[in-house]
Write a protein that binds this ligand. Structure first.
Ligand code: DON
Length: 305
């Protein structure tokens, strides 16, 4: 298996040069698109890795399924679903999803920015500091890595320049979909996106979702299996935004991308996969990362379809 991963990275290395690192968050422009790494955590307890799997990058939108999980754990499915819908937007991650001059909860999706910003208000805590700390704690628990921290440089960079997200948050406020102070909610969202992880962390988080909520080593239940169904279904339909259909055909597993270059893939009952390569395609998904996953899926018959 390790040999296969090494071989796939070699085959896909040329694609690292075809993607572009994100620049709209100035700090991310410093990313090195030569990086390419993969970590696979399998249900038999074995794990395999290759390339730059230890390199850290910011989680960015891969935090959205964790946010959704925490919102579900804090409030239950009915409450969350009434506030943030589940239909794929078929639009870019930062789309302004206002239909006919109105914005309803069913227009929101937890995997795109507007829905994710709204979800920050669903996390329980006495203030936004405590809410964020609970999200960070859950991320550490799912990854099995207590050392996960926020990348302060990326956080400050995004907070300073994130005016599109500010616009989305004010629209949510205008339409009564968030009640709290917009800057406080955004601060939580920006910090969430700036959590620093590596491919192994993403593979471990993906594995808990693949394992329907049970910790890989201890077998401890971290969240109800229904929530894994909920999150995995949404990852399948819109985890890769307006590239989700293409990804379903080519790879065929629930997955989430981030503009830091990470992809977390969930192969139900079988494995969690973390990939890192910061060159992005036009939809903001890791270009080489998708190529690696496509090949791995074909070689190992990973598609759920
Ligand atoms: O809000 C943003 O624009 C970023 N913090 C996250 C976007 C993102 O990761 C899109 N994913 N591919």
């Amino acid at each position: 298996m390790e040999e296969l991963l090494e071989q796939l990275l070699e085959e896909c290395r040329p694609y690292t040069q075809q993607g572009q690192v994100a620049t709209y968050i100035p700090e991310l422009a410093k990313g090195d698109r030569n990086n390419l790494g993969i970590y696979v955590q399998r249900s038999d307890g074995r794990h395999y890795q290759a390339g730059d799997y230890q390199k850290c990058f910011t989680i960015q939108s891969v935090v959205k399924p964790i946010l959704l999980l925490l919102a579900l754990m804090d409030n239950g499915e009915e409450y969350v679903r009434a506030r943030v819908g589940v239909e794929a937007t078929g639009k870019p991650f930062d789309a302004i999803n206002v239909t006919d001059q109105t914005l309803l909860s069913e227009h929101l999706n937890p995997m795109v920015n507007m829905g994710a910003i709204a979800m920050c208000t669903l996390i329980k805590g006495k203030d936004y500091e405590e809410r964020f700390q609970r999200l960070l704690d859950l991320t550490r628990t799912l990854a099995g890595n207590p050392d996960i921290q926020v990348d302060q440089a990326v956080y400050q960079s995004e907070k300073r320049t994130g005016n599109k997200n500010r616009a989305l948050a004010f629209l949510l406020k205008t339409y009564g979909m968030i009640q709290d102070d917009v800057e406080e909610v955004l601060d939580c969202y920006f910090k969430a996106c700036s959590i620093s992880v590596n491919s192994k962390d993403l593979a471990n988080i993906g594995f808990v979702l693949a394992n329907r909520g049970k910790h890989p080593q201890s077998d401890e239940r971290l969240f109800p299996s229904d929530y894994a169904h909920y999150v995995n279904a949404i990852l399948t339909t819109c985890g890769m935004y307006d590239g989700s259909g293409d990804f379903a055909v080519k790879v065929g597993v629930p997955a989430k991308s981030g503009v830091g270059g990470g992809i977390m893939a969930v192969v139900p009952t079988r494995m969690g996969i973390g990939i890192f390569s910061p060159g992005l395609d036009s939809k903001g998904n890791s270009l080489a990362g998708i190529q690696v996953l496509e090949r791995l899926s074909k070689r190992m018959y990973l598609s759920i379809f």
